[in-house]
Design a protein around this ligand. Structure first.
Ligand code: E4P
Length: 216
């Protein structure tokens, strides 16, 4: 499973890159707004740092506007993935941009039927939001399981990108279901390292190592 970090914060991206396990980045308008910086500046910096897929979202909700913004974004770098909402216009834009060879990520997906539409439009990625589904008492991971099964049934090439991840168990469940990608907030990515037995074991090894003659 690939790991993307779900942030527009440059420090977080740098730290995640330093671990050597990061495959890409996803952003959205909320994450960009949180930086307090201009989108043009943030995206330029991310694209300089990250060689893997970087999702940049359109904000014009008309078909023409999405196509215009999508083409402009795609010209910024070969790693750019144009993020489109799962609306009628978004799906039409996905089909048109895919036909032009532009990579797409269809976002705000909450049902397997919506994911089917994105696959038929040739989306590179579909982003089902598991955390937001859990928030309204639906099981987000059941939607992932359905999408994985449906895509396998028909051999769709669209990658299942698990989004709106809130905790490490979401990551575990995504991997068990065979999702292609999990986009994870920096905090959750950091939490994946943690286990008290790792810390305790390491402490003991270092204490014992200090007892080995010739070591300090
Ligand atoms: C990913 O592409 C989405 O923008 C993101 O995961 C949404 O997460 P949230 O529900 O925590 O805002």
């Amino acid at each position: 499973m690939k790991f993307f970090v779900d942030t527009a914060d440059i420090d977080e991206i740098r730290k995640a890159l330093a671990w050597g396990i990061l495959d890409g980045v996803t952003t959205n308008p909320t994450l960009v707004a949180k930086t307090g910086r201009r989108f043009e500046d943030v995206r330029a910096e991310i694209l300089q740092l990250v060689a893997g897929p970087v999702s940049l979202e359109v904000t014009d909700m008309t078909l023409d506007g999405m196509l215009r913004q999508g083409r402009t974004l795609a010209q910024l770098g070969k790693q750019v993935v144009v993020k489109l909402p799962l609306t009628r216009e978004g799906i039409a834009a996905c089909k048109a941009l895919t036909d032009e060879g532009i990579k797409t990520n269809v976002t705000l997906c909450f049902t397997a039927n919506q994911a089917l539409l994105a696959a038929k439009a040739g989306a590179t990625y579909i982003s089902p939001f598991v955390g937001r589904l859990d928030d309204v008492s639906s099981d987000g991971m059941l939607v992932i399981a359905d999408i994985v099964q449906i895509y396998r049934n028909y051999g769709y090439q669209t990658n299942v990108l698990v989004a709106s991840v809130r905790h490490p168990v979401h990551v575990l469940q995504a991997a068990k279901l065979g999702a292609h990608v999990c986009t994870v907030p920096y905090k959750v990515l950091d939490q994946l390292f943690n286990h008290p037995l790792t810390d305790r074991g390491n402490e003991q090894f270092l204490k014992d190592w200090a007892k080995v003659p010739g070591q300090s």
